[in-house]
Write a new protein. Structure first.
Length: 379
């Protein structure tokens, strides 16, 4: 039987050890509990019953069955669907199904819109000193001061974190729509961004993103993942500011800061805030398919035992997860490109979406820009 899977050995979550579809008297027995396994992965059931958490109260990749059984880099639910489809085709050769079109989705959590503008003077001095010591960029004294004090109504064009226009240009060129997720409140200063939505430069940025047809979304601040009221307030605030700046959108969504997530609470909070989708579900410490799929799907609330209207748009890879030494540490740019492309191809193969998070502040040099461009151009 010709089945569209990543590798012939399909990991089994629930079912028999050796999956073999047997054709017996016109009926096929699949030794994998496809629906039970899909339910397990899509609802993130294991995150409710296991207590493992990292320093940001996140369920770590290493605690997941997918990582432990080495199938985190496989969209296992999509593969199960292919298995089911191959059996349906065997029994009913004329069966048809909807064709899905693969896509790439790029999103950018706006944690640091400027390297110099926001925050204390002390922090500003530290940033400039860092440029001089680490990168020998003496010109930062002038740029930095200009960025901080010279252009209060917009981000300075020479600010190395001001890569918004560049990102939108790349997206336009590749027929993509960038989504920029903004912080709309402060709940834990050590880990929350330093800007305010009401800063004139941020308002202008939101206006410009809207004008160019890209997306504005929400990045709920640290610790709001357990606080539906706060999340709703931040969503309302962002939508008010965006409306005042002339941004009109039918679909609103976003991603939790630090990818903080509590399966029993966070999706409900998004829904109650009137948001259409969330795109948090990827692990910070390892890339791949945390929910086992490359497709958007309706969220199922385990506690209330009902489907929500909220769509989960799984995050497949964040740049830092792959590149940063703290996580996977793929330092060689060629290997990093290959790795991102491998994940992208796996999404493509099932007509899914390769959802990639790339922070605007992580494109300050040509090396990173080239890397980003090569990944999106290849798709
Ligand atoms: Zn963030």
């Amino acid at each position: 039987m010709d089945i569209n899977v990543i590798a012939p050995e399909l990991p089994v979550i629930y079912g028999d050890d050796k999956p073999q579809a047997n054709l017996e008297k016109g009926c096929v027995r699949i030794p994998i509990d496809i629906f039970g396994s899909a339910f397990f992965m899509l609802t993130r059931y294991e995150e409710v019953i296991k207590n493992d958490r990292d320093e940001h109260d996140r369920f770590p990749a290493w605690a997941s069955l997918a990582y432990q059984e080495k199938f985190l880099e496989r969209p296992i639910v999509d593969e199960y669907v292919e298995l089911l489809w191959s059996v349906i085709k065997q029994l009913w050769p004329h069966a048809e199904r909807k064709q899905r079109i693969a896509s790439i989705r790029v999103s950018h959590d706006v944690d640091r819109p400027s390297r110099y503008t926001f925050g204390t003077f002390r922090r500003f001095v530290r940033s400039v000193a860092g440029d001089i010591v680490k990168r020998r960029q003496f010109s930062s004294i002038i740029w930095g001061a200009q960025a901080r004090y010279g252009t209060p109504h917009c981000l300075h064009p020479n600010d190395p974190f001001n890569t918004f226009e560049w990102l939108m240009d790349v997206s336009d060129k590749n027929n993509m729509r960038s989504a920029f997720y903004f912080i709309a409140g402060k709940t834990y200063p050590p880990h929350d961004p330093l800007y305010n939505l009401d800063d004139p430069a941020i308002r202008k940025l939101i206006r410009d993103i809207g004008k160019r047809g890209h997306e504005v979304g929400l990045h709920p601040s640290y610790n709001t993942y357990q606080n539906p009221e706060l999340l709703a307030r931040q969503a309302a605030y962002l939508r008010r500011v965006a409306a005042e700046e002339g941004v009109e959108q039918i679909v609103w969504g976003g991603r939790m800061h630090y990818l903080q997530w509590r399966t029993e609470v966070t999706p409900n909070a998004w829904e109650r805030a009137g948001m259409a989708y969330d795109s948090t579900l990827g692990f910070a410490d390892y890339a791949g398919f945390r929910s086992g799929t490359s497709h958007d799907y309706r969220w199922f609330d385990l506690r209330a035992r009902r489907e929500l209207i909220l769509i989960e748009r799984p995050l497949i890879a964040m740049e830092a997860t792959v590149i940063s030494k703290k996580y996977m540490g793929v330092a060689d740019p060629e290997l990093a490109i290959e790795y991102f492309q491998m994940l992208g191809e796996r999404c493509q193969r099932f007509g899914g979406s390769f959802s990639m998070l790339w922070h605007n502040s992580e494109l300050y040099d040509n090396k990173n820009r080239e890397l980003y461009q090569k990944i999106v151009e290849k798709f």
